[in-house]
Design a protein around this ligand. Structure first.
Ligand code: ADP
Ligand code: MG
Length: 358
């Protein structure tokens, strides 16, 4: 008889568990870039430079001028659930930093050759350390010359995960994803200078200046026509009062941003939603904003919204790969924002796009 042989249940080896988890957190090179960008921003960086080879499969470096890492922290740096950002579960509410799980570096160190060069503010020299499977290499950190700040170097991503490697797009495709992310990050954070280039090229493919305006960065990333079409949008609930505060059972938020005018249509819809500092996905909101434009000849808009809500009204889904956000009182918020957008489009404010000027 062909009865399959009885398999006994076994618990997977820790390295196998770690690799599976790592593959979930970092599904593509762009996910690694996102995590390292968030870390750099959390470290207070005002300049972030990214270098990419073969779409990030061969090499990714991310250099920041943030506060750096202290020598005594290097041992734990890539350990799973090691973080300087969260102590108790309660800290998750009203979280100020972008990362908090202490999983990104652990994951990357399990499927790439990861090293860091860091110089802590006030330290005379830099330190270089390499990691493998969450552990600092036994040789330990070595002293080196370095600018203040931190540079992560990721080489041969997925060297030990053939399946994952095969599932990736070409270098060109993966690089396009990275460039897209860096562009969106630059629009989200015009106070920070971003650059992104291919290894060996002199000219970056994307370069923004610290302290530029959001419109400047939209121009750099999406072009002049998009930048010129932008109208300011803002709204809040309750409509009176200062900082949004949770009144019992009522929606409270503020939203500030910009959206394209009705003369403009892009190649595709771009909708950037920031909630309490995180770029997130909020599909119901995106759909209803898009619907505002679709009622006008299916325009493809550009929209950026910076939304602030009290910490207890947002659930930034804490699963590492999901950037979907769930908001309390979502319906009322969406209604208020849609109304504000409609009001802007109804002609109270003039856009400066070429169609309006003629
Ligand atoms: P998390 O961001 O969730 O804390 P990570 O694995 O991304 O977890 O990073 C672990 C820790 O390493 C961070 O909490 C932070 O203390 C430190 N760290 C990571 N990247 C940087 C950086 N660019 N500059 C300074 N410290 C950093
Ligand atoms: Mg992080």
């Amino acid at each position: 008889e062909d009865k399959p042989e009885r398999q006994t249940i076994r618990i997977l080896a820790p390295e196998v568990i770690a690799q599976i988890a790592a593959g979930e957190v970092i599904q593509r090179p762009v996910n690694a870039v996102k995590e390292l960008l968030d870390n750099a921003l959390d470290a207070g960086a005002t300049q972030i430079a990214i270098t990419v080879k073969d779409g990030g499969k061969k090499l990714l470096t991310i250099q920041d001028n943030g506060h750096g890492i202290q020598e005594e922290d290097l041992v734990l740096l890539c350990k799973r659930h090691a973080t300087s950002k969260l102590q108790s579960y309660e800290d998750l509410t009203g979280l100020g930093t972008l990362g908090f799980r202490g999983e990104a570096l652990a994951s990357i160190s399990c499927m790439a050759h990861l090293s860091v060069i860091t110089r802590h503010a006030g330290s005379p020299a830099g330190l270089k350390a390499s990691y493998r499977n969450t552990e600092l290499e036994p040789s330990g950190p070595t002293i080196c010359a370095a600018q203040p700040g931190t540079t992560f170097v990721i080489q041969d991503l997925y060297y030990n995960l053939e399946q994952r490697r095969k599932a990736l797009g070409t270098g060109v495709e993966e690089y396009a994803r990275i460039l897209d992310l860096v562009g969106k990050s630059a629009i989200s954070r015009p106070d920070v200078a971003f650059s992104c280039k291919k290894q060996g090229e002199r000219r970056p493919d994307l370069h923004t200046m610290a302290g530029a305006s959001r419109r400047d960065n939209v121009r750099i990333v999406y072009g002049a026509a998009t930048a010129q079409s932008l109208l300011q949008v803002s709204c809040r609930l309750p409509s009176e009062g200062d900082a949004p505060q949770s009144l019992e059972g009522a929606a409270a938020f503020s939203a500030e941003g910009c959206a394209s005018c009705l003369h403009f249509s892009g190649r595709r819809t771009i909708c950037l939603i920031k909630v309490n500092g995180h770029l997130v996905q909020c599909r119901p909101l995106e759909h209803s904003l898009e619907a505002e434009y679709h009622s006008h000849a299916r325009l493809k808009p550009f929209i950026f919204l910076d939304i602030k809500v009290p910490g207890d009204q947002v659930d930034v889904n804490i699963h590492p790969t999901k950037h979907e956000v769930i908001l309390l009182h979502q319906e009322e918020m969406i209604q208020a924002i849609s109304d504000a957008l409609q009001k802007v489009h109804s002609g109270e404010v003039q856009c400066s796009c070429s169609h309006a000027i003629t």
